[in-house]
Ligand binder design. Structure first.
Ligand code: PAF
Length: 281
């Protein structure tokens, strides 16, 4: 695997990789890699001729300095994991290189940041979209792979991509879970053993919502999930809700839909976790 710390070199690498109509798949990450990230790499390998992964802890998307400071960093381990997964290049730029000659843009997010994660994390999604644009600009991938665990991020990136006519194809990938249902996340590493157990209530609540959905009202379905969450009082709820799969707008009735999504965010110890599940009729 090639290790590429500087932007011009990754652009040259990618141009060479695309000769003869071959394709480049891209997995953008902030490091502290787990099976969820490696699954994205495997999916990229299955669909593309070459795979680039980036590791860049993007300061623009943290609205809490403590969160940024505590974000896990483990470059040597990540590098070994990516090489083993068959990734072809690791792009790991410095902040100065990514943001040279750069002024952040305020993107039209189509109001998609008006709920769920948006109000709790002001500026977060603008920060994500700015860095994704920057990474795409340097890597020039054909396909880019994003996990459904960050459902609102994925929805917003697809929206901006369509709006800005980004040529990259955004590929959504299913959430990878531990055997007990907890969605894999780099933040899980900060949970104590006890908190790790408590955190599994998030997935149990989502499963209850999935069982109740479309049989009971939206209100009853939310109530069932909230009751499950309240069985572990150490888990402090930030939000739970049911939304339209495309617009993520909060729902009060199912209407004629055949699908919806339930989203949850909660603090477990010092760590804020998010998860979601697709609800099907
Ligand atoms: O999902 C993430 O890890 C980040 O938000 C991303 C897409 C790499 C942008 O920094």
């Amino acid at each position: 695997m090639d290790f590429i710390p500087s932007p011009p070199t990754i652009t040259e690498w990618s141009a060479k990789a695309r000769i003869g109509g071959r394709t480049v798949g891209f997995v953008p990450t902030m490091g502290a890699l787990h099976e969820g990230h490696l699954d994205l790499v495997h999916r990229a390998k299955a669909l593309c001729d070459h795979v680039v992964c980036s590791i860049f802890v993007n300061p623009l998307q943290f609205n809490n300095a403590e969160d940024l400071r505590h974000y896990p960093r483990q470059m040597e381990q990540d590098r070994a994991l990516l090489a083993e997964a068959g990734c072809d290049a690791l792009f790991a730029p410095e902040k100065e290189a990514i943001f040279a000659q750069f002024t952040p843009t305020t993107y039209d997010l189509g109001g998609l940041d008006g709920f769920w994660e948006g109000p709790s994390r002001p500026g977060h999604f603008q920060g994500v979209v700015n860095v994704v644009e920057r990474l795409f600009h340097f890597v020039r991938p054909d396909h880019a792979f994003f996990g459904e665990k960050d459902r609102q991020q994925l929805t917003i990136i697809r929206h901006v991509g369509r709006d800005q006519l980004w040529p990259e194809r955004i590929v959504p990938c299913p959430t990878v879970r531990a055997a007990d249902g907890l969605a894999l996340s780099s933040r899980n590493a900060r949970l104590s053993l006890e908190e790790r157990k408590q955190a599994t209530v998030l997935h149990r609540a989502l499963l209850h919502a999935a069982t109740s959905a479309f049989r009971n009202s939206v209100e009853e379905t939310s109530k069932a999930a909230l009751e499950t969450l309240s069985t572990v009082p150490e888990v402090r709820l930030d939000h739970f809700g049911i939304a339209d799969v495309d617009t993520l707008e909060p729902l009060t009735a199912w209407g004629k839909r055949t699908e919806a999504v339930a989203l949850v965010a909660a603090f477990v110890g010092p760590v804020r976790l998010i998860d979601n599940i697709t609800l099907r009729r």
